[in-house]
Design a protein around this ligand. Structure first.
Ligand code: IPD
Ligand code: CA
Ligand code: CA
Ligand code: CA
Length: 260
């Protein structure tokens, strides 16, 4: 992919602009709609940020394909060429209820390979990003490679869906780790594994836009980001995933297979 540095600068400037729009929206009333249930929501701001990013991308990179959670590219059948995968607000429920703990996410893939990944924690002003083969960063700080620590030495983030689907599984992981956390933003939880604040993140059903940015960042610091079965994640479908160092990944997948 050409112009990586240029793309990186542009994407960061778009993220900062989008973040300012979201911060301004804190003073206004949101329009909230249900998608599939009362916990699957979308706001006017999810839509506005998605359109904002869509317009920036198509203006600067006409012809490149885009997949966005709320309305763009849902008929995508393959990942050939350059594909932008965007989640305008990851953690919509947190955005609505807490005005915090959400992120704007962009992943740029070329023939299925993640080249660039961005997870912007708007409220903390922490931009996690990675350029393939050039390292991962939080703002200006380069993130070190993760250590191969055992599960017992760290906190594990899980998605609320895992608790609802299999509380026994969540309990077994709680016992083997330092404890569980449920934050509600797949992107932030992945970024925190990449920066060593958590040892793992587990989620039974992530869409391509939940995965795309985090996968690039995770792999750049040596994490394993795979399906629970050990297979590669599928960026055209739903995934039950674990993000962890190699050692902890093995422990978690064994624990999940074991049952009780
Ligand atoms: C959701 C969040 C949540 C995860 C869900 C995702 P959204 O993304 O990342 O943590 O458990 O599976 O759908 O809908 O807020 O962008
Ligand atoms: Ca959503
Ligand atoms: Ca999401
Ligand atoms: Ca979203």
């Amino acid at each position: 992919m050409e112009q990586i540095g240029n793309r990186d600068r542009l994407i960061k400037s778009w993220l900062y602009e989008a973040a300012a729009i979201l911060r301004d929206s804190f003073h206004e009333e949101l329009e909230i709609d249900e998608k599939t249930s009362r916990t699957d929501l979308v706001t006017n701001m999810d839509r506005e940020i998605e359109v904002f990013l869509y317009e920036k991308i198509t203006n600067h990179f006409p012809g490149e394909r885009i997949l966005g959670e709320e309305s763009i590219g849902h008929d995508l059948k393959d990942l050939s060429g350059v594909v932008w995968i965007i989640d305008p607000i990851d953690g919509t429920l947190n955005f609505i209820k807490q005005q915090a703990e959400f992120a704007i996410m962009i992943g740029v893939y070329e023939d299925g390979i993640g080249r660039l990944g961005y997870i912007y924690d708007v409220v903390r002003d922490e931009l996690y990003f990675a350029i393939r083969d050039n390292g991962a960063f939080c703002n200006e700080r380069r993130l070190p490679m993760v250590e191969n620590k055992p599960l017992s030495e760290g906190l594990v983030a899980i998605s609320n869906r895992l608790v609802m689907a299999d509380a026994g599984e969540a309990r077994r992981i709680a016992r083997k780790s330092s404890g569980l956390r449920v934050n509600g933003s797949a992107g932030l939880e992945t970024a925190w594994v990449a920066s060593g604040k958590l040892i793992a993140y587990i989620a039974p059903s992530l869409a391509p836009w939940d995965v795309a940015a985090g996968l690039v960042i995770a792999e750049e610091v040596g994490l394993v980001y795979r399906q629970v079965t050990g297979e590669k994640v599928n960026l055209l479908g739903n995934n039950a995933i674990i993000v962890a160092n190699e050692h902890a990944f093995r422990e978690i997948s064994e624990t999940m297979r074991m049952g009780e």
